[in-house]
Design a protein around this ligand. Structure first.
Ligand SMILES: Cc1cc2nc3c(=O)[nH]c(=O)nc-3n(C[C@H](O)[C@H](O)[C@H](O)COP(=O)(O)OP(=O)(O)OC[C@H]3O[C@@H](n4cnc5c(N)ncnc54)[C@H](O)[C@@H]3O)c2cc1C
Length: 443
């Protein structure tokens, strides 16, 4: 299996934009300076410019370079979240808020597609969390029960329903959520990028923050310029700890993806799956399988990795890509000869309690941050950026934002314990998942 020449360091969805915005080479001032041009940063900027604010976005590479341009494209609300963990850690009322936050993220993204007329191949198909072995049935029913308790209604699709819907046969039964669906995340983030440029947001690409000072007026330094502003938003997600912020609260985890060459009409006919519902499995570390508008299959996750020191190297992970290709072969055996078009990796941010990390820093409480969506931020990271923008504009504060800002996430362990504990836990989860895979092979 030769994947060596398939790695794409900018993710697999789209090409780098042709109109890269010039690097900052001046000392300027703004009403708000935003670090990072992903979903959080661009959605915050788009809201802020509406009232005439001068908004500067500093982006280390180009807008969409981070997770926002390389995710799997599941606009999935709370499906697949660890409901029982929220209940255990937070109690019923607060857990309902977390679930509601993720569910609202779906509505928010759908509104953005419409407001900015972004064509991102959105298929409002709903999503399935599927079992691959009968032993997973109890867990799926339990998830449906707790989700209902927390205000999120999932349907159980039994084997007959899955077959009637033409879902590939490796996926036996599962929970279905009719809201949300799948999209091309590259088209979504590049659509937001164009909208922001058109709206007058000053986007500086190839412009990393290298340092900042706090105070009533914040000064941000970049290699060849600086920005003074009374408000700063860190919308830099998994990269934030490397800027000396939230280093003991969030950890970056590497997630990988592979995409096949387009399926032929005969292969599509054999596959079925007419609704193209995005599927995630109910492994401890899920596999996700989806068909794209360009008739390719995209398979993601299956394993997660933590790199020592919260580093985020943009390097290939061939071990992981091979594991994903094996998963693809196991779930779609009749496609085992299909070639892989591209593979890539990216980083999500994760807090010890899996609750989003949103709040303020600094003596003037004018440095905002929004991170920690644990790989489920396609809807919510944009929404939280938007809610922070509204808070800066002194509009009525969204109660979900108040809830998240009041929540105190626990600290993570210092190195080297962090590396040992996290990777041991991830390894143990993978071993348990592998046991299920072996049982499936034995069926
Ligand atoms: C492989 C993969 C699959 C995923 N699949 C899904 C999915 O299907 N559904 C879902 O809901 N979520 C998914 N996620 C998670 C989702 O993509 C993220 O939660 C979301 O995109 C985060 O958006 P963001 O704007 O907070 O961060 P990012 O998109 O990561 O943006 C941060 C930006 O900050 C920039 N930056 C970093 N350092 C600096 C600096 N010093 N100065 C200036 N800029 C800097 C980066 O270049 C980057 O552009 C996935 C993530 C990955 C990696």
């Amino acid at each position: 299996m030769d994947l060596e020449d398939k790695f794409r360091e900018i993710g697999g969805w789209e090409e780098k934009p042709k109109n890269i915005q010039a690097e900052l080479r001046d000392d300027i001032s703004a009403d708000v300076v935003i670090i990072g041009a992903g979903l959080a940063g661009l959605c915050a900027a788009l809201e802020l410019v509406k009232d005439g604010s001068k908004v500067v976005v500093l982006e280390k590479e180009f807008a969409g370079f981070g997770a926002s341009g390389r995710n799997a494209g599941y606009l999935g609300g709370a499906l697949g979240l660890k409901y029982e963990l929220f209940l255990k850690k937070l109690g019923n009322e607060a857990a309902k808020n977390v679930v509601n936050f993720y569910e609202e993220g779906v509505n928010f993204a759908e509104k953005m597609f419409q407001e900015y007329n972004i064509q991102c191949d959105y298929n409002q198909s709903g999503l399935i969390r599927a079992a691959i072995h009968p032993s997973q049935e109890k867990q799926i029913h339990e998830e449906i029960r707790i989700a209902a308790e927390l205000g999120c209604s999932l349907e159980f699709w039994n084997n007959s329903k899955m077959r009637a819907k033409g879902i590939p046969s490796a996926f036996l039964f599962g929970s279905y959520i009719p809201r949300g669906g799948t999209l091309n995340p590259g088209k979504y983030i590049l659509g937001l990028r164009e909208a922001a440029i058109q709206a007058g947001v000053k986007l500086y690409e190839n412009t990393p923050l290298i340092s900042f000072t706090e105070g009533a007026v914040i000064n941000v330094k970049t290699p060849n310029g600086s920005v003074n502003a009374p408000n700063l938003i860190f919308a830099s997600n998994a990269f934030t700890p490397k800027m000396g912020v939230l280093a003991s609260t969030i950890v970056p985890l590497r997630v990988s993806a592979i995409e096949t060459e387009p399926l032929s009409q005969a292969q599509l006919d054999a596959l079925g799956w007419p609704g193209r519902e995005g599927i995630t499995t109910s492994h401890h570390i899920m596999e996700s399988h989806r068909l794209t508008a360009r008739n390719t299959l995209v398979c993601t996750t299956k394993q997660l990795r933590y790199i020592y020191g919260s580093n985020t190297p943009n390097k290939p992970d061939y071990v992981h890509y091979r594991a994903l290709k094996n998963a693809l072969n196991e779930r779609f055996p009749f496609l085992k000869d299909i070639s892989i078009k591209s593979c890539w990796s990216g980083y999500i941010s994760y807090a010890n309690d899996s609750i989003p990390v949103v709040g303020t820093l600094g003596s003037s409480s004018n440095i905002y941050y929004a991170t920690g969506c644990s790989g489920h931020g396609l809807g919510t990271q944009g929404m939280v950026g938007h809610m922070i923008a509204q808070k800066i504009q002194k509009k009525d504060e969204n109660p979900l934002l108040s809830f998240l800002m009041a929540h105190k996430n626990p600290s993570t362990l210092p190195e080297p314990f962090r590396w040992c504990v996290l990777n041991s836990a991830l390894y143990a989860a993978s071993r348990l998942d592998e046991k299920v895979n072996q049982k499936v092979k034995g069926l």
